[in-house]
Design a protein. Sequence first.
Length: 140
Amino acid sequence: MSDWNTKVIEEFRANSGRVGGPFAGAPMVLVHHRGRKSGREMVSPMMYLPNETDGNVIYVFASKGGAPENPGWYYNLTSAGEGTIERGTETYTVAVRELTGEERDRIFDEQASRYPGFADYARKTAGIRTIPVLELTRTS
């Protein structure tokens, strides 16, 4: 894990799920996932979009900062179909579902309207890949 991720994770845990810097005020979550090849548990900090009507559902975005390939956590979560998240001071398991079509576009566009960096990531990946959107639904 990078030093940058380690610092974000430590800050998240020390401040009940809040972090500063470029993420100040943004909803953050720590996603635990198991390496599909290594079997090792990993933790990835990321921004999320809450579902507007169901507090048990959030959306995460495999943007990888606009890189041409998807992040490893995306493959780990979609392969397993489940994971664990730390959200605020709670830790719980989630089911993973990848959104497609209009549903994916609507959720991604909402995130990009709230956080313009996501629109920049989409521009960087245009013609290369569509940034996946995953729905994480609480199961415990």
